[in-house]
Design a protein around this ligand. Sequence first.
Ligand code: URA
Length: 297
Amino acid sequence: MTLPFPNDPAMREALSERLRFYRELGIGEFYRRPVDEAAWTQAEPEPQLEEARVAAPPEPVRREIPAAAAPPVRNAAIFSSQIEESLIAPRKPFPAPPPQAAALPPEQHFAALKLIREEIGDCTRCDLSKGRNKIVFGDGHPEAKLFFVGEGPGADEDAQGLPFVGRGGQLLNNMINAMGLKREDVYIANVVKCRPPANRTPEPDEAHTCSPFLFRQIDVVRPQVIVALGQTAVTYLTGEKKPLSAWRGTVHPLRGTKLIVTYHPAFLLRDPNQKKHAWADLQIAMRELGLTAPARK
Ligand code: URA
């Protein structure tokens, strides 16, 4: 059975955000199991107690929990068929990212980024263009040593055309300042440049359509370190779908730079207890960049 995805935009947004929260925790895989409605609705038969008693010595009675009986499958019913399909369908292989472009002299970075923006134009390459107000290309220093990658614009970013300017952006600014840097020192861009409806996670075809521009921005800026903010960022940067916990805590090579993975600021706003772990990740980035944290006032 498939229940309709709620029509109320606030409910849709809340649901999407909750889903994102679970994915960030690394428990986003559970709903990809095949849905077996019967396993949910049919009570398990009682063990045959009498038979068990007469058998000597009795085999321990094992009550196997069927794989489809994991609670998240039940959650799958709340998504629309389209969303459900995207969650449950077997994953298609990721297209190869564009080959790394040759390094440019620093004085050409600004113009090269401008060219990429011009090439994007008034983009209609995917359906995200239908709901956006402004394309959020990216923002920051064209020669930044540190490059943050988020998922996609939210409402504030869509209105202003700049990445991370909402509440999550305020937290990201604080994280950047805690590293002893200013926002203008770093570069920030997203996997997709248009706001997904109700802030849902970008669909794979949307991300694959847009991410080549992100790779080209990375190749122009040539940062020493890329920090992927959350699951979507690391998945589409690497083409590998693993839980965030499998990525965090180590440095991964990526397009001639070093990739470090941490939580998305939106996740940290929901669960501030995780900030200390994000700070540990940022300290790895600082070590790679040769930075020391400023003394606390
Ligand atoms: N979340 C993102 O992933 N990117 C933004 O630009 C804003 C919020």
